[in-house]
Design a protein around this ligand. Structure first.
Ligand SMILES: [Zn+2]
Ligand SMILES: [Zn+2]
Length: 254
């Protein structure tokens, strides 16, 4: 196995975990206490690309594997509440993955909000989007943020002590493992928690800076496509405006 940041190597990692006999567990399943025996907890924080997250969710579902995806409501790079991205989030949940809030203490603080209130409010918004209760949460940028001690009841956080200190934890943040690729840990360590950012893996074989620029290009292409659709609809509206205005006036009287 050659370690690359690629969908192919990610698939190999999952195949290896399966061959080694690891149950792949979700945060909600180990959120209150650690079970006995081996497990591979795979968690995805959707930091910058909904498209990459959706592609990774499909890759896993294709293998019959379900994991955890955490959604930001304040990402500058995607809009979880826009119709197309909301649809993707619902599709990820429909595949059987656990979807939860990737809460952003820095955002709440910058808005003068209490962190606990911001989290509760965002969970409510995400659950409205999904049409059901979510089961867990994960913190965005925990290394530079506060350790949030008060979380809403019933929403275990992926960053609790027992999941990141008592369990061996390996994250791919910044396209750099601190202790070598996660594939080397499988079969060596019994209980593993890994953070896999979809945008780091669902990508072309180019340097990481270029990977991020290409995600920006994908985001820009989405806006261009939506704007072209908006132009078409504006033209259609202008062509029929008198008729539409008359119909609107008539609705006041009906
Ligand atoms: Zn590897
Ligand atoms: Zn994050």
């Amino acid at each position: 196995m050659t370690c690359t940041w690629s969908p192919e190597h990610y698939r190999e990692i999952l195949e290896s975990a399966r061959a080694e006999g690891y149950p792949i567990v979700k945060v909600s399943e180990v959120g209150t206490a650690l079970p006995e025996g081996p497990f591979f907890l795979v968690r995805h924080d959707i930091d910058i690309s909904m498209e990459a997250a959706h592609a990774m969710a499909l890759l896993e579902a294709d293998m019959g594997i379900t994991t955890c995806y955490y959604v930001r409501l304040h990402s500058p790079f995607y809009n979880a509440l826009a119709p197309d991205h909301a649809a993707r989030i619902r599709e990820i949940a429909d595949m059987g993955h656990e979807v939860g809030l990737h809460y952003e203490p820095g955002y709440y603080e910058s808005m003068g909000q209490q962190v606990a209130e911001g989290i509760a409010s965002d969970i409510h918004t995400l659950e409205t989007l999904l049409g059901g209760k979510t089961l867990s949460v994960s913190q965005h940028e925990p290394s530079i943020g506060p350790v949030v001690k008060i979380l809403p009841e019933g929403y275990p956080c992926a960053y609790q002590r027992h999941l990141v200190l008592d369990t061996k934890y390996f994250g791919d943040s910044g396209f750099r493992w601190r202790e070598g690729c996660i594939c080397e840990k499988l079969g060596e360590i019994e209980q593993i928690h890994t953070l896999i950012h979809p945008a780091n893996w669902m990508r072309d074989a180019v340097p990481w800076e270029e990977v991020l620029r290409r995600h920006a290009k994908t985001a820009a292409e989405r806006i261009h496509r939506l704007m072209e659709e908006h132009i078409v609809s504006q033209r259609a509206y202008l062509a029929r405006r008198d008729e539409i205005d008359a119909a609107r006036r008539a609705r006041y009287d009906s």
